[in-house]
Design a binder for this molecule. Structure first.
Ligand code: NI
Length: 339
């Protein structure tokens, strides 16, 4: 029974038609202008780019439909192309359209605006206005990340500090806290910061089965979506514990760090600030926790001192100067590795 179903899905995927570039009308296969595109061609045979496209498809569905928590969780099992030879998509001058096989959502097509695919699809397949150019940044940059929130009192306090100094940050939140304090998660997004997925209740994912690990992330996606209307773009594994099995489950960049404040061990504002300031270098991703008062209290000193040293605070994408890709671990600027 299961095998028959799978065969049906594969059959449908393969039978979908040729893809036309820059042609408003589908042309016949004999047309000289017709090019049959594969994911391999448009991604330069890069599975990280294909994984990114899969996740963008899910996010697009969540943006254009109002989904229930259960539906958000089900996005993880949406049948999406895993092979570079797949051809079930088309590119127009505005969007990449995925032609889906039969699914629970009864969705046949998902159009991802090309503006979201800059740097994911090779430039030669993009209209001029969507061609990717390296993101320019000042010379000295750092990115701040805060884990394990939201906290009902400390996160809002931290948001005020970030606003005061006009500094962006990424918050890796645990789903079990997001359902308790959804308003705080909403404030994080409203104030221009990013939310990442830090699992449901902070287990070491590498010690879980793949089904359980995926469930941790899917439940948290649902909680964050319910609170903010968006599905987090990034995942940070608790303790940074990732292996090749876990690393390829979520179709998202795995954000690590190269400056560990050790704030949870110090629980001391001066020591936390001193440690961060002594270990930060150009391109650092700094790890802190917005669930400790001593950590949040250290942030003004850290920001002021690093600014004095000529650093600019940027988002993770700016730090990397290009989009972060699925199933790669990011430790800092120019430092990404396979899990
Ligand atoms: Ni954590």
């Amino acid at each position: 029974m299961k095998i028959t179903k799978l065969a049906l899905i594969i059959g449908t995927t393969l039978s979908l038609g040729a893809v036309i570039i820059s042609s408003p009308q589908p042309a016949s296969a004999k047309d000289a202008k017709t090019t049959r595109l594969t994911f391999g061609k448009i991604t330069n045979n890069n599975l990280h780019r294909l994984g990114t496209i899969r996740q963008l498809t899910r996010s697009q569905i969540a943006t254009t439909h109002k989904l229930t928590g259960k539906q958000v969780q089900a996005l993880a099992s949406l049948p999406l192309p895993r092979h570079l030879t797949a051809t079930n998509f088309s590119i127009s001058d505005k969007a990449l359209t995925m032609h889906l096989t039969k699914n629970k959502f009864k969705i046949k097509r998902v159009s991802i605006p090309l503006s979201k695919l800059k740097g994911v699809i090779l430039n030669r397949y993009m209209p001029k206005q969507y061609k990717f150019k390296t993101i320019k940044t000042p010379k000295k940059v750092v990115a701040l990340t805060f884990d394990d929130g939201p906290s009902p009192t400390l996160t809002p306090k931290l948001l005020k500090t970030l606003k005061k100094y006009n500094v962006p940050a990424t918050f890796f939140e645990v789903g079990s806290s997001v359902i308790r304090y959804p308003k705080v998660s909403r404030m994080v997004v409203k104030s221009g910061n990013q939310i990442g997925n830090h699992s449901w209740n902070h287990p070491q994912l590498t010690s879980l089965t793949s089904t359980k690990a995926l469930h941790q992330i899917a439940l948290t996606d649902a909680a964050i979506y319910k609170a903010t209307g968006i599905i987090p773009q990034y995942v940070r594994a608790p303790y940074g514990a990732v292996n090749s099995r876990i690393g390829s489950l979520f179709d998202r960049p795995l954000i690590q760090w190269n400056v560990d404040s050790r704030d949870w061990a110090y629980l001391n504002t001066a020591k936390t600030a001193r440690h961060v300031l002594a270990t930060t270098h150009n391109g650092s991703i700094i790890l802190m926790h917005d669930i400790h008062a001593t950590s949040v209290a250290a942030v003004p000193t850290i920001i002021k001192t690093l600014k004095k040293r000529g650093y600019h605070f940027v988002t993770l994408e700016q730090l990397n100067q290009k989009p972060l890709l699925a199933d790669l671990q990011y430790f800092g600027r120019n430092d990404y590795r396979n899990p």
